[in-house]
Write a protein that binds this ligand. Structure first.
Ligand SMILES: *[C@@H]1O[C@H](CO)[C@@H](O)[C@H](O)[C@H]1NC(C)=O
Length: 234
């Protein structure tokens, strides 16, 4: 009986093209898969979920706390143009280590960087969700600080992410800042700080929508503002 059920299950799975993982996959690998799955859910649904949560809370007994948070957030909108609010503890979460090992992601140094200067990294390709750069620059899983002693990094992302309640706090904690000229010039300002790597995806969302397996496309037309920023900031 059991055999028949399993056989049918197997048959249906094959017919719809599902391949199940073998039962003996080690726990560490399962955690890696879970970490990567949770991350992609965060990227795809995190903002919608955060907005729904905010609305739910407004209609709950905690409405006054939520309202206070909302007022604070409106006063705080500018922070993404002024260096952000990185929290190393969040970048240290072991979620990111499992996430790194899922792919796995590697950070390869080709050249030393000078901590008395700031750098603008023009990162490509964006890919659909830039999972590699996220691991390297928005978390400590790739040991960026050890690979490049004296340097810190900030990943640049769309300003819209910093307007979503709760979600913005995570994005800020990971060290992200908005992709405005004001934000980039602030981060790269040598009078304010040195030893910063500012990681910008030159192709942006346009490139994300045009990525395909096995192809590296870089979209540069109408996207030369980063050169102006690099020249302005020296
Ligand atoms: C984060 O991890 C690094 C080691 O990778 C450690 O030096 C640092 O103290 C940690 N920071 C926090 C706030 O946990």
């Amino acid at each position: 009986m059991m055999d028949a059920i399993l056989g049918t299950f197997h048959y249906i799975s094959e017919a719809v093209g599902i391949q199940w993982a073998p039962l003996n996959v080690p726990m560490s690998r399962r955690l890696q898969t879970l970490a990567a799955t949770a991350w992609i859910c965060l990227v795809l649904f995190g903002e919608a979920a955060a907005i729904l949560l905010f609305i739910q809370l407004i209609y709950s007994q905690f409405w006054w706390l939520t309202l206070l948070y909302g007022i604070w957030m409106l006063n705080d909108l500018d922070v993404c143009h002024r260096g952000g609010r990185k929290i190393e503890w969040v970048r240290n979460w072991s979620w990111w280590n499992y996430y790194r090992d899922y792919f796995p992601i590697k950070l390869v140094k080709k050249q030393d960087l000078d901590p008395s200067r700031n750098y603008l990294f023009a990162c490509f390709p964006h890919g659909v969700v830039c999972s590699g750069a996220f691991g390297a620059f928005a978390t400590n899983a790739l040991n960026f600080y050890k690979v490049f002693p004296g340097m810190t990094c900030n990943m640049i992302t769309l300003g819209g992410h910093f307007r979503v309640p709760f979600f913005r706090d995570l994005v800020l904690a990971l060290g992200s800042c908005a992709s405005s000229q004001e934000s980039l010039l602030h981060l790269l300002d040598k009078r304010k700080h040195t030893g910063k790597c500012v990681v910008l995806f030159v192709g942006g969302a346009a490139e994300a929508l045009d990525s395909h397996p096995g192809e590296y496309k870089v979209i540069l037309s109408r996207r030369k503002g980063f050169i102006r920023v690099a020249m302005k900031s020296g």
